[in-house]
Design a protein around this ligand. Structure first.
Ligand code: NAG
Ligand code: NAG
Ligand code: NAG
Ligand code: NAG
Length: 409
């Protein structure tokens, strides 16, 4: 299953990243951030945030940071490549990812830069629990209550809070572009908070994740034990997925860290989860990327996905029959009502995506009341992370996406 790769052994830009982080650490502070700082409620990891700021500055762009509070008290970092006269586009990352991953392809290629070059006002969201959105007005991240969320809460709280913020700051409807869990969250929002759809012109979905019956990733091996995982979580408390101090977290972070010797282990772990496509990844770039990820999430997000595999349903979190009855009034969790998703949706999928399988994507698309297009990315090996990191993503994916955006703008 594993293949051999060769790696350029250059750490040059990690060194830049390190010094850059120190310099950029002094930049951009506003009153809101100062106030949060005094309360020790800064939601981002300062090192990662400084590295992101610096990466963007080196590419010749301005990055603003904004902090948004959700109705249930989570504090989220939203980045912006501003253009006050441009139409707002909101980009939302997936599982174990962050706003930084949209930028990793660099100056000529990263999607936010391409959009900014065209005059759009580009906003980048961060879901609760990642390295840039790790704070709550009352809860500490050491408490398991903080981690009691899945992509359901991201859909009903995080996205509405961030989109309201964008729309009220710009007085314009936004175009939403999500990847992976960023697509799942957008469908939860549209189904559960239909009022939010009036604030969006269009949703574009990269690698939509709704049905998981055909998921090829070895992660599916965990699906049969999702009930046990939920019972364990309920008993011991929900927790951070790949926390800095658990075994999987240490392994992943260590193998994906600046130590280039372990680069192939990191790549193999990654490909074993998302599908193999070594030709599309620039390994020098990957060290920068991997230095910023995995960005973390909750175990509950992961379990919620596993719960979808066997029933082959898109539905709310399964707490087990007894607790479902208390919470939902039914033994099984309620399904999300796809027929309520009225906002126009365009989907892109990859043939070699082990998470968002072609068959599952097509089944979802067929149920949408207002699907406007479904497009295959024209490369057989295109996988789940290629949407963010493939060398050829600009020609294969971003150009056709921009065509759709222009037709709506
Ligand atoms: C945080 O705590 C305050 C004071 O106890 C309370 O009024 C508020 O509702 C809490 N906020 C959230 C989101 O839990
Ligand atoms: C902002 O966008 C408008 C069009 O949307 C464009 O004409 C202008 O050059 C952009 N400004 C900057 C600073 O990029
Ligand atoms: C987690 O949150 C849900 C509601 O979102 C609640 O029903 C449940 O009791 C909470 N569980 C724990 C362990 O706090
Ligand atoms: C798909 O890619 C192949 C190989 O690069 C090219 O020959 C073909 O024209 C492309 N098809 C479309 C529809 O763009």
């Amino acid at each position: 299953m594993y293949s051999d790769f060769s790696f350029p052994s250059r750490n040059i830009h990690l060194i830049f990243l390190f010094f850059g982080a120190i310099i950029a650490g002094r930049a951009t502070a506003n009153d809101q951030i100062n106030e949060l700082q005094s309360k020790k409620k800064i939601p981002y990891d300062p090192e990662i945030e400084a590295a992101v700021m610096n990466m963007v500055k080196n590419a010749g762009y301005v990055l603003e940071k904004h902090i948004v509070e959700t109705d249930d008290g989570y504090l989220l970092t939203v980045h912006r490549l501003p253009n006050a006269s441009g139409s707002p586009i909101f980009l939302q990352h997936g599982l174990l990812s962050s706003s930084a991953d949209w930028l990793s392809l660099g100056k000529e290629k990263a999607f936010p830069y391409l959009l900014s070059n065209l005059g759009y006002d580009v906003w980048l969201g961060n879901f609760r629990g990642n390295a840039l959105s790790k704070a709550h007005v009352n809860l500490s991240t050491d408490e398991s209550e903080y981690w009691n969320f899945s992509w359901h809460e991201m859909g009903i709280y995080d996205l509405p809070a961030m989109i309201d913020y964008v729309v009220s700051n710009t007085n314009k409807k936004a175009i939403y572009i999500g990847h992976s869990m960023g697509t799942t969250g957008s469908y939860v929002m549209a189904a559960e908070r239909p009022d939010m759809q009036d604030k969006l012109k269009l949703i574009i979905s990269f690698a939509p994740v709704v049905y998981l019956a055909h998921i090829k990733s070895p992660l599916r091996l965990l699906a049969p034990v999702s009930d046990e995982l939920e019972i364990i979580s309920k008993t011991f408390g929900y927790n951070e997925l790949f926390a800095a101090d658990d075994v999987a977290g240490v392994l992943l972070r260590h193998s994906c860290s600046s130590n280039i010797v372990n680069g192939d282990l990191c790549a193999n772990i990654l490909f074993a989860i998302v599908g193999f496509d070594p030709a599309q990844i620039d390994w020098e770039q990957l060290t920068t990327i991997a230095g910023l990820t995995p960005a973390g999430s909750s175990t509950k997000c992961f379990i919620h996905y596993l719960q979808e595999v066997e029933p082959n349903q898109f539905r709310q979190y399964d707490y087990g029959a007894f607790d479902n009855l208390k919470k939902y009034g039914t033994l099984t969790p309620p399904k999300y009502d796809i027929s309520k998703i009225k906002v126009p949706i365009a989907c892109f999928y990859g043939d070699n995506d082990w998470l968002a399988d072609v068959g599952d994507v097509k089944r979802f698309y067929a149920k949408l009341p207002n699907g406007i297009s479904i497009q295959r990315v024209n490369l057989t090996s295109f996988n789940h992370i290629d949407f963010l990191w493939a060398k050829d993503a600009p020609g294969l994916l971003y150009d056709p996406t921009i065509d759709i955006i222009k037709s709506f703008d």
